[in-house]
Design a protein around this ligand. Structure first.
Ligand code: NAD
Ligand code: DAU
Length: 356
């Protein structure tokens, strides 16, 4: 039996956050889990249908940048741990609206840090923790042959998204070093799995193969990403939140580098098989389009520190994880249709009022 804890998870109705909430609600029945999410286009309560009535779970709709709201949640729920995932997360959107990314990712994080600092002032050492969930994109881009990113790699972000995440990481460390806030950080590579919004490469391609739409490949499809199943990420967050060393950063990755074009060809094969189409028949949908501005060539993660200190390593192999993911999207057509049509956003606007 674990000690009772009161944990605020931000961004819990998004892709990764919903997996973290589900894991904590199910695994730690004695904890209270509070999910704070604004329900932007990326947040969807359908992602948490299976745990929404659990007695140790509650949802608050609100903005991490609203300091009065955050203060009241920390006070009323006697929050002693924060796992912070809420963010604007899509690089292409950050190129169109960098100010939104600065507001949510930088000022939103700063607001949470400040509220935690006030609320936890004078608390006994070791009984509070702020876990900031970040990305490998803060390290910039690798050339084809460079060594994978480790925790001491110099920050060198290129997109407004990665710059905003890098800035938030710096604020987290500053609150640790200046005010003694107990923090840990994790920097993870590309995730895939159920409930990912179909603006990201893998769910976008699954959806487009099913509906016979073009598969847009930026540039020549030579960019490399290090793919990790979202449940492996949620497990790593669980380990670091509970057992990571104060003030430390941990890289999380799949040791699983793939060129985009090869991922898309694998998806074509898997979806065609599942749909009973002739093998490779959907390859004709592959369409090379203008490259993303500032497109990072390659990410790769060295996760040895996490493995050596906490014994974590990924459990899902890519091909079987991707096949299961394809099957999940095919079996959850309604989820995809609602998300793609924006129907769930209209539902929340009616339920909670106001603009989304
Ligand atoms: P997502 O876009 O699916 O979900 C983000 C969630 O944050 C949504 O539910 C949204 O409603 C919520 N949100 C946005 N602005 C908010 C605000 N102002 N107040 C409260 N809630 C708000 O994102 P994701 O892919 O699940 O990523 C989650 C976190 O993990 C992010 O911090 C991201 O930077 C990081 N990360 C993502 C990946 C990846 O591959 N997706 C990899 C490494 C790190
Ligand atoms: O590395 C971790 C990051 O991974 C996270 O921090 C981000 O939140 C997450 O969105 C993801 O960023 P990417 O930009 O790598 O993911 P995305 O799915 O947008 O793109 C993956 C690769 O595929 C990238 O090289 C761009 C390319 N791509 C993407 C889309 C959406 C295409 O070629 N065509 C597309 O239509």
């Amino acid at each position: 039996m674990n000690a009772k804890r009161h944990i605020l998870i931000t961004g819990g109705a998004g892709f990764i956050g919903s997996h973290v909430v589900r894991r904590f609600v199910r695994k730690y029945a004695e904890y209270e889990i509070v999910n704070l999410d604004l329900l932007t286009y990326a947040g969807n309560l359908a992602n948490l249908r299976d745990v929404e009535h659990e007695p140790n779970y509650c949802f608050v709709r609100g903005d991490i940048g609203d300091i009065e709201l955050v203060r009241s949640i920390l006070r009323e729920h006697r929050i002693d741990g924060i796992i912070h995932l809420a963010a604007e997360s899509h690089v292409d959107r950050s190129i169109r609206d960098p100010f939104l990314f600065a507001r949510t990712n930088v000022l939103g994080t700063l607001t949470l840090l400040q509220a935690a600092r006030e609320s936890w002032d004078g608390a006994p050492a070791g009984e509070r923790r702020f876990h900031h969930v970040s990305t490998d994109e803060v390290y910039g881009a690798l050339t084809k042959d460079e060594e994978a990113f480790c925790e001491t790699t110099r920050y060198n972000p290129h997109s407004p998204y990665s710059a905003s995440k890098a800035a938030s990481d710096h604020f987290v460390r500053a609150y640790h070093d200046t005010y003694g806030l107990p923090v840990v950080l994790t920097n993870c590579s590309n995730n895939y799995g159920p409930f990912q919004f179909p603006e990201k490469l893998i769910p976008l391609c699954i959806h487009n193969i099913c509906t016979n739409k073009p598969l847009p490949i930026y540039g020549r499809g030579e960019n490399v990403r290090d793919w990790l199943h979202v449940e492996d990420h949620a497990e790593a967050i669980d380990e670091v939140f509970h057992r990571g060393r104060d003030g430390e950063s941990y890289n999380i990755g799949g040791i699983n580098e793939w060129k985009n074009i090869d991922v898309v060809k694998l998806l074509v094969r898997l979806v065609d098989e599942e749909l009973g189409r002739a093998p490779g028949s959907s390859e004709k949908l592959i369409t090379y389009v203008t490259d993303r501005a500032g497109h990072d060539l390659r990410y790769a993660i060295n996760a040895e520190k996490l493995h050596n200190e906490l014994g974590w390593s990924p459990k899902h192999s890519f091909e079987s994880g991707l096949r299961d993911t394809v099957r999940w999207y095919l079996a959850n057509e309604q989820w995809m249709t609602d998300v793609a049509s924006g129907a769930y956003e209209r539902y929340y606007a009616e339920m909670y009022g106001g603009e989304i």
